[in-house]
Design a protein around this ligand. Structure first.
Ligand code: FES
Length: 105
């Protein structure tokens, strides 16, 4: 089981904001929606585009800026073409003013 590692301070990411991080040496994107934080692999499953600058949707999704594939931030599931495979998500905890993340078991 991987350990949680501190990836940011809560104050580093305003609501609606995002931050590029690494979790277990994997490039990831930390996204804040309201008071919820999500961490997802920062690579589109369609053709490898970083999702870093992709728009975040009101349905808790992120859209690949290259061809428009959409992924659920909670589950990583692909929500539309051209992606047919989801992306990895990471477990996130908030404590002591910090954001901690780890790979799912
Ligand atoms: S690389 Fe993301 S939709 Fe094509």
């Amino acid at each position: 089981m991987s350990e949680f590692e501190r990836v940011a301070s809560v104050d580093d990411v305003p609501s609606g904001g995002r931050l590029s991080i690494f979790v277990d040496d994997i490039p990831a994107l930390l996204v804040r929606v309201g008071d919820e934080f999500f961490a997802v692999e920062d690579v589109c499953s369609h053709d490898g585009q970083p999702l870093t600058n992709g728009p975040v949707g009101g349905d808790c999704s992120i859209i690949c800026p290259r061809h428009g594939a959409k992924f659920n931030l909670r589950t990583g599931a692909a929500m539309c073409m051209p992606a047919v495979v989801g992306i990895a998500t990471f477990e996130v905890q908030i404590r002591d003013g910090g954001v901690f993340a780890r790979a799912h078991d």
